[in-house]
Design a protein around this ligand. Structure first.
Ligand code: ZN
Length: 148
C-alpha cells in the first residue's frame, strides 16, 4: 500500500462460495450479510446465513465473526490480515469475493471507496490532502480452524 495507512471491508455483505460438507455440493454466489440475523428453528442461536443444501437437504449455517471492524494496516505489513472470520456448520467456505474497501490515507483523509481491480491493484488521487494513494498487490486466502 502506498499512502494508505489502513483499509477495511466496505460492505457488511460477503459474497462466498460454500461447499456442503455432507455431499460436497458447491454453492456459488451465496451472500452472507452481517446485519441479517436468522433465528435457528432448533434454538441453536442466531446466524447470518441459514440454508439447505440443494442436493442432500442438510442444514448449512454461517456466522460472520468480526466484519467489518478489523482493519488491514501497514503495521501488519506485507503479510495477510484476518479481515473476515466466518463460522460455519454443515458447510465450509471454499471461496469469497472481497474487493471493495474504505481506508485512511497517510495524510488522514478518509478514502470512501477502494475498489481493487482485476489485476489486484488500486490507485487514486485525493484532492483534499494532495496525495496519491495506491495498492499494488492484493491477494486473499482462506484459513481453516476447527472449534468445538
Ligand atoms: Zn449437501
Amino acid at each position: 500500500m502506498e499512502g494508505i495507512t489502513s483499509i477495511k471491508p466496505f460492505s457488511h455483505i460477503v459474497n462466498t462460495q460454500i461447499k456442503c460438507t455432507s455431499c460436497g455440493h458447491v454453492h456459488d454466489g451465496i451472500c452472507i450479510d452481517y446485519h441479517t440475523a436468522i433465528e435457528s428453528k432448533r434454538g441453536r442461536g442466531t446466524f447470518n446465513l441459514v440454508m439447505k443444501c440443494k442436493d442432500c437437504k442438510r442444514d448449512m449455517t454461517a456466522v460472520l465473526m468480526n466484519l467489518p471492524s478489523i482493519e488491514y494496516t501497514e503495521e501488519n505489513g506485507s503479510d495477510f490480515a484476518k479481515l473476515v472470520g466466518i463460522k460455519t456448520t454443515g458447510c465450509e467456505i471454499t471461496g469469497f469475493v472481497l474487493e471493495k474497501f474504505t481506508g485512511i490515507s497517510e495524510g488522514g483523509a478518509p478514502i470512501d471507496e477502494i475498489i481493487i481491480d482485476e489485476d489486484g491493484s488500486f490507485a487514486d488521487y485525493i484532492d483534499a490532502t494532495d496525495e496519491t494513494v495506491s495498492i499494488m498487490e492484493y491477494d486473499t486466502k482462506i484459513e481453516f480452524t476447527r472449534s468445538k
